[in-house]
Design a protein around this ligand. Structure first.
Ligand code: 4AD
Ligand code: MG
Length: 460
């Protein structure tokens, strides 16, 4: 039976026979002995395979090169060398797949840009193995957090006719032959002939349908891919990213903030408790303050700050920002980072934004100018969560939909939830890859998702 390396490294070495399979990271040695570092992806750590050259098949060993895949049968013994507790004394080696010198991941430091170009191979590196194991652990932690709190995992559609964020940054979904699109008599696209008999897109957010879940099951969360056709070439934007969107009946903005803070801290603590090998590797290789920063977030209390107060702090900072910032403007990442990294030195939840710069569904404040929005701002990342209390009043929601010229033909069902049995409710969206940027310390969002989708890039 094949044993995974993570389990093998925990076994007591008593000379027992083991079968271990994996990819060769390095091979070194001399005419008497060869040392093969084997990794199977189960852990950042390799198992050292020791080959006695006197008994070895030299021709076969020539094909044991970096990147080749092996099955090794041998004895598990205590390691005499430093750096590992146990090693395998090889009795038999079978080569599953050779890797000649053209294999791109030879042992040398590769740039992240180069590794992005070979995204189909990069999970075989230490760095990406660590990142993607952490990605899995965070996904599991998220489900566990909500399940333990009595939330239901609620599946919202990926194909939709409504534009939740009203930003118009949606990818069309159609089965039309684009070289021969049916037209109406007025010369417009005749969507009545399309697959869904209407114009449809990939969703930018599951929130609107999430609200339907909250207004029936009480507390739900979504966790799925979302799509944004914005031409944002930044280290923090993807065209396809995963979002977690909890939505809760009977939560006001205060409750919403408390949940967001507890949720993020839970995820970060989960990584500290369960991913220490990988975090230590990333900490040592890329970001010497990573683990300290993670601990800092778990231990501190997030600041709660009014947008208006935030603008005052920014304008009195004496700092020259690239984009000057006055009341009414949307904060740029430089402003968010100033507040978080320099002024407060901890995460900030900014609330009560001007209504003009926020989405139509947010609850309007009495002042007539602001809405009960909240953005959670994080060191290094900027906005990691966006959310709000929702407008529960039919008339107010109806008016704003009209004012913004949004389509009631596609939003009628959303309005109906305010017509019958409306309830105060709130929710937010956490960008999964933004969370991963924070937890792994990676600098570019393209490096925390296996196959990034960005403008002009959809390889694999
Ligand atoms: O602030 P956003 O646009 O909010 C919503 O979509 C709401 N419907 C969420 C809700 O209240 N249920 O997006 C939420 C989060 C952002 O804070 C950010 O972390 C992430 O999603 N995000 C992106 N992540 C990667 N690439 C992009 N292009 C992103 N756009 C937003
Ligand atoms: Mg936002």
């Amino acid at each position: 039976m094949t044993v995974r390396i993570i389990d093998l490294l925990r076994q007591k070495p008593e000379g027992q026979e083991v079968v271990v399979k994996g990819w060769v990271r390095t091979k070194r040695g001399n005419k008497n002995v060869a040392f093969i570092a084997l990794n199977d992806g189960s852990t950042i750590n390799n198992i050292q395979v020791v080959v006695d050259m006197a008994a070895a098949d030299e021709a076969l060993l020539k094909d044991v090169t970096t990147g080749s895949c092996l099955a090794v049968t041998g004895l598990l013994v205590e390691s005499v060398g430093s750096g590992q507790p146990v090693e395998v004394q090889a009795r038999n080696i079978e080569i599953y797949g050779k890797a000649d010198a053209t294999y791109p991941l030879q042992k040398k430091g590769h740039s992240m840009e180069f590794l992005r170009e070979i995204a189909y191979l990069r999970p075989r590196t230490n760095t990406f193995g660590a990142v993607f194991r952490i990605r899995h652990a965070m996904a599991y932690a998220i489900h566990k957090f909500f399940n333990d709190k009595g939330f239901y995992y609620w599946h919202t559609p990926l194909i939709t006719a409504s534009d939740c964020e009203g930003a118009g940054a949606m990818f069309n979904v159609t089965t039309f032959d684009l070289n021969n699109v049916p037209k109406t008599e007025e010369g417009k696209v005749d969507y009545s002939q399309d697959f869904f008999a209407r114009q449809t897109s990939l969703t930018v957010s599951g929130q609107l349908e999430g609200e339907l879940g909250a207004l029936s099951l009480g507390q739900i969360y979504t966790f799925g891919p979302t799509f944004r056709a914005e031409n944002s070439n930044t280290p923090r934007h993807l065209a396809e990213f995963w979002m977690i969107e909890p939505e809760m009946a009977f939560y006001d903005l205060e409750d919403n903030m408390a949940l967001a803070e507890e949720f993020i801290k839970y995820c970060v603590q989960y990584a500290l408790d369960n991913c220490m090998d990988d975090l230590t590797f990333l900490n040592n290789m890329f970001d010497k303050e990573l683990i300290e920063r993670l601990r800092g977030v778990v231990e501190c209390e997030f600041v709660r700050l009014d947008y208006t107060e935030g603008i005052r702090i920014l304008s009195e900072s004496g700092r020259k920002f690239e984009f000057p910032c006055t009341w009414g403007c949307d904060l740029q990442s430089e402003h968010e980072r100033y507040l978080v990294e320099e002024y407060f030195k901890k995460p900030v939840i900014l609330i009560n934004y001007p209504k003009e710069i926020k989405s139509f569904y947010m609850k309007q404040n009495e002042d007539g100018k602001t809405v009960r929005a909240m953005d959670v701002l994080f060191p290094k990342i900027g906005e990691i969560i966006g959310g709000s209390e929702r407008e529960a009043d039919f008339d107010k929601l109806n008016t704003i939909i009209e004012e913004r010229g949004m389509s009631k033909e596609t939003l009628w069902w959303y309005l109906d939830t305010r017509r019958w049995g409306s309830a105060p409710h709130s929710g937010f969206g956490l960008g999964f890859e933004r969370l991963l940027l924070f937890v792994t310390g990676m600098a570019n969002i393209r490096d925390v998702i296996p196959f990034p989708r960005t403008p002009k890039n959809a390889e694999y």
